[in-house]
Structure formats: C-alpha cells, structure tokens
Write a protein of this length. Structure first.
Length: 622
C-alpha cells in the first residue's frame, strides 16, 4: 500500500481518552479549557465515531485496536462467558490473551514499524510491541497483577477487620506529646503485611514514617504528598521491590488519642509489569514508578475527599506525560499509543450533579460539579499537549475516545424481574448465587442468557422451547415500566441475530441482547427492581447499556498532521474504521481479518486542494 503524501517515514502519536463525551468536549473547547485539543481541531479534521455494542472500555478499545467487531475479536464485555462452561465461571475480558484478532501495534511491528504502547487497554501482557509499559489495571475495577497492596486510608479512629490499612500498637510517648504506632498495609496475595513505624505529632500536625534501611523518615503535614518511596512487599510471586506514595489527610489532637488519617497509593511492583524489561526500566527511571490507579471507589465511600481523588488523577496523567516525553525524546518510534481513563471516571462520579435530569440533582451545586468535570478534561488535555509539543511538523497526531456518556439515574435489576416471573431462582433469599437447576434465563452485562439443555452444563430449557420462551422474555422486558415515571426502560431488545449489523452476536454473547433508554442502567446484584442512584455516592453516568448510535454515546476522533485533512466531517463512522485509517497513514496493510475501512474523508490524499500549506505556523506547532 503506498503511503499518503508527506515526506519522510510516517509517524503517528495516538492518544486515547476514555469516556470522551462530545457534548462536554465541545463545551470545554469553547471555554478554552482544552487548548491543546483545540490546536489539533483547528489544524486537522474531526470525525464523529459510533462506539461498539456494548460501549465499554475493553470492548470499544479492542474494536479500535483491531478494526474488528466484538463478534470477531471476542471481547464482548468486562467478563466473558466461555461457551460450554458454567455461567458462574466467567473470565476476564481485559487481557490481550483473550483477544482473537491482531491489534494495531502487532500489525505495525510485523511490518517493521516501531510500536510503543503505554497503558493501552488489551495490550497487557503482550510482548509483541516494541515497548509496552503497563501495570494491568487503572480502569474497570481490575486488580492489578503487579500490585502487592491496594490503596487505602489508615485511620486511628478505625481499625476494621479486613481493612486495607490500619494503625496498630498506638501508644503515647513518655513526654505525652508524641504518639507512636505501626502502619500495617494488607497484601493482596496472602503474604505478610507491610509494616512501617510511624511517629505522630498531633500538636504540630506532623507525621513521620520510617522506612527500613533509610536513615531519614518521611515527614508529612496535612495535605502533603510524599515522593514515591521504595520498599519490599509480598507480591503475587513473592517478595518484590515496590513503590508507594503517602498523603497525610489529617493529624489533630483528640480527647484520648490523636486523629490521624493517612492515605497510601497502591504498593506496586517496580519491575516485571512491562516489556521488554530493560527498555521499560530505562523510561521508568526517567518517569518514576508507575502511577496507574485513579478509580474513585474511596471517594464514593467517603474515605477520601475530592481534592485527594483529583490529585491521584493528576499523578497518573503527569506520569503518562513523563513516560511519553521520554519515549518521544529518546527513541526512534513510528507509532505511539497511550490511554488515559480519568475522563470516564469524572463522568461516573459527577454526571448526576451536572445533568439536571437526575431526580436528585441540586441546581445550586451544578457549577461546582462542572468545574470538577472540567478539571478532568483539562488534565487529559495536558497529556495531549505534552505529546504534541514533542512532535515534528512531519508527524501526525490522533486524539479519540471509545464512547460517550449518558445519565444513569435509575438502576434496574433484571434478575429480580426474572425471579418475579419464576424464570430465575436464587439459592436462598439472602444469596446472590443463582440456582441453575431452577433457572431458565438470567442477565449478565448487556446480555440475557438462556439455560439450554445440552448446551449449558446445568441446562433445563429444551432447545425446541427456546424461540417461544425468548419471545416471552423480550415481551416482558418491553412491557416493563418504571413505577416512578411510567417510562419504558427497554429501548430495544431482541435475539442476538437481530444485532448482527452492529457487530455483536458472537459465541460468547447472550441469546438476547438489550439496550436501555436514557437514564437507566442494569445491575446483576440483589435489591429493589428499580432504584435511584445517589449522586456523589455511586456512578451516575453510564455507557454500556445504551445504544451506541445514541448521540450521547458517540465519541470523536481529532486528527492533524501532513496526512490528515482539515475541517469537521459530518458523516459518522464506526470505531472499526480507526485501525485501517491509521494503517493507511503508516503505509502498511491492515491485518487480513480487519473489518473496517479507511476513513477516506479525513485523509489528506482525499483533499488535494487542502489549504493547510497556507498555515505552516499552525502545522509546525504540532
């Protein structure tokens, strides 16, 4: 395949921003909050993108990376049902080993291109890319295989059994002003906890943390973060050299004992999570230990405040910036792919506070919530700027999302609905375990699975009864009404072959597929059939149960450089078209199984009269 017009060896830097929502992109661009993306928009092209079904992180990014539909690449959810196995034994859909098709970095490497992948979903544990820097987590609730300990907050007022971290052996010194304690951080893999000696100075609001073999302790005042510090911890494969950060949230006197709250980031291995090890360590030595965890669980639980949560997001994006800059400055590269997840988290946390359609929305709090959401987009834009500032005028840059966002104001528990109809049975009244010997249908993700005799290990539904029963299930879901509003939550529902045009219906997907109307999300736990979400305490945005052609669930691709055309392109394209478009720019053929087609309208060769040469200063700034 001939390369498009442009001099020299083509190079592309691709920045993936998870949960990149068009409505908010346009707002923040107009406000000037995303100057680096705005520079790309002014000098390049913009394409509306339709996401995958379901529109979730692993499914959508696997679709982008491979140029194939979920029915082909096999990643159709966070958890996958393996045909012939029990419905209880689903496996993770977040690892490269589960993807059946060739991702872009592998295609590029096979063509002799130098492909660098930084924290990109479905890249771990691949060893095909020229360089993969990862930690196997940072999104979707995944427990990183290279974490020794999870993040948490130790609190002198609480020491719950099973807590991630706690203070033990709290005792006052002889002078009465100083307290001493052991900080104990539980390990994830059953080894001995990390134990560090702490000295507490409540009168001066100072905490000192002693590290083994280090003469000077870490000294923190409230609000201060430590630099990454090294220690040994029991990880998945034994004792490993790890890194951790601390932030002192509070240190105040109390009537009986001081109140001290000390946050710590995950205790994470410093080596063995990236490939190849020597090259990865070269860049990690310049960028510092991995900072990958940004999930808001501790915020939603009320354990940390929003400032601490946002500071974690900033630590992550600044680490991504340093890694990318190190690669762009030091290495000969052809393709750089980096992913950041914080925008998706920002929507999940804040959407109910920024969208007035939520029944519990507080108008007086909306401006502050928008400012907080803007901060997430601004941090992502900083990453865009760090990358584009290192590019040459002959380089290309692409910034894109995987899906948009919509309001999640009401949770629906479909398995409770099926239990009401006698189609699903729980093992007991308080249990979340399904009794498969008495269950004909159940919900998991976007899918409804029939429990079919001869196909499924505990099947009870005769194959000849499947069609009629499927119609009954679909009709019940269509007839369902929200008792609060009278609205129908089910937007579309049908057998999986009805959704073939959207690229779903592979052997791991359900027998019935559904999409919900705006505001509704399904969950599989026990509880009320309909339940309002609580802003600030649980996710109030979603994307996976909505239809990918809903404008709110669409996303955008911004592309600039000598191989891309200028201007907004009105036609929507599927995210499967990203892979062959980038292959065209790189001058390589997509993998033979690629199902997408190049987006011709955004390629410079399609616009010979393009006027970008009249704006050399704008192109050069990339």
């Amino acid at each position: 395949m001939p390369m498009l017009s442009g001099s020299g060896r083509p190079r592309i830097a691709m920045i993936g921003i998870d949960g990149f929502a068009p409505e908010w992109i346009e707002r923040f661009l107009a406000e000037g909050a995303m100057p680096n993306l705005d520079r790309i928009r002014r000098t390049g092209g913009v394409v509306p993108l339709v996401s995958s079904l379901p529109a979730t992180t692993p499914v959508a990014w696997a679709t982008i990376a491979t140029g194939c539909h979920p029915s082909s690449h096999g990643i159709d959810g966070f958890l996958l049902h393996v045909p012939g196995q029990s419905f209880d034994s689903r496996v993770s859909g977040t690892y490269a080993t589960r993807c059946r098709r060739e991702p872009l970095w592998e295609t590029a490497a096979l063509w002799g291109k130098r492909a660098y992948v930084v924290k990109f979903p479905l890249a771990y544990p691949s060893d095909v890319a020229t360089l993969r820097i990862d930690g196997a987590a940072g999104w979707g609730g995944i427990i990183c295989l290279h974490q020794a300990c999870a993040s948490g907050v130790a609190d002198t007022a609480r020491c719950d059994p099973g807590a991630t971290s706690c203070f033990t052996d709290l005792a006052r010194d002889q002078d009465g002003k100083i307290w001493r304690a052991q900080l104990e951080i539980a390990t994830l893999w059953g080894g001995a906890p990390v134990r560090l000696a702490c000295t507490l100075h409540p009168d001066t609001q100072l905490v000192e943390i002693a590290l083994p073999g280090v003469p000077d302790p870490i000294r923190l005042n409230p609000g201060e973060w430590s630099e990454p510090v090294e220690l040994l911890a029991c990880a998945r494969i034994g004792e490993q050299r790890c890194a951790v950060r601390f932030k002192l949230i509070e240190c105040t006197p109390g009537p009986d004992a001081p109140r001290v709250r000390l946050f710590h980031s995950p205790v994470h291995e410093m080596e063995a999570h990236s490939h190849p090890e020597a090259l990865a360590q070269h860049h990690l030595s310049r960028a510092g230990p991995i900072e990958e965890e940004t999930e808001p669980d501790l915020l939603l639980e009320g354990v940390i405040d929003f400032d601490t949560y946002l500071e974690r997001c900033e630590l992550n994006t600044k680490w991504l910036e340093r890694i990318c800059v190190s690669i762009l400055d030091d290495d000969a590269w052809d393709l750089l792919m980096v992913h950041v997840h914080i925008v998706d988290w920002g929507h999940h946390v804040l959407h109910g506070a920024v969208d007035p359609r939520h029944p519990l929305h507080v108008p007086e709090e909306r401006d502050a919530a928008i400012a907080r959401l803007r901060a997430h987009y601004t941090l992502a834009d900083d990453l865009v700027g760090a990358v584009t500032d290192r590019l040459e005028p002959t380089d290309d840059v692409v910034v894109l999302g995987d899906h948009g966002q919509d309001l999640h104001h009401t949770t629906i528990r479909l398995n409770e609905l099926f239990a009401e109809h006698g189609w699903l049975a729980w093992s007991n009244d308080a249990d979340t375990v399904i009794d498969w010997d008495r269950t004909r249908v159940h919900a998991a993700g976007n899918y409804l699975y029939l429990n079919v005799v001869g196909r499924d290990p505990a099947g009870i539904l005769p194959p000849e009864a499947c069609d009629a029963f499927s119609k009954d299930v679909c009709q019940v879901l269509r007839d369902l009404r929200d008792p609060r509003t009278g609205d129908a939550p089910a937007l579309v529902v049908g057998p999986r072959h009805d959704f073939a045009s959207l690229g779903v219906g592979g052997d791991t997907s359900g027998d019935i597929i559904f999409c919900l109307a705006s505001g509704y999300q399904a969950r599989n736990d026990r509880g009320a059939l309909f339940q309002l979400t609580v802003p600030g305490r649980e996710f109030t945005s979603g994307h996976d149960h909505f239809h990918p052609r809903d404008p709110r669930i669409e996303t955008r691709m911004y592309a600039a450089g000598p191989h891309f055309a200028r201007g907004a392109l009105g036609d929507r394209h599927s995210i499967i078209d990203v892979n062959p478009t980038l292959c065209t720019v790189l001058g390589i053929e997509p993998a033979f199984e690629c199902e997408g087609k190049p987006i011709e309208a955004i390629l410079a060769a399609s616009h010979p009269a393009d006027d970008r040469t009249s704006h050399p200063e704008e192109v050069a700034c990339l």
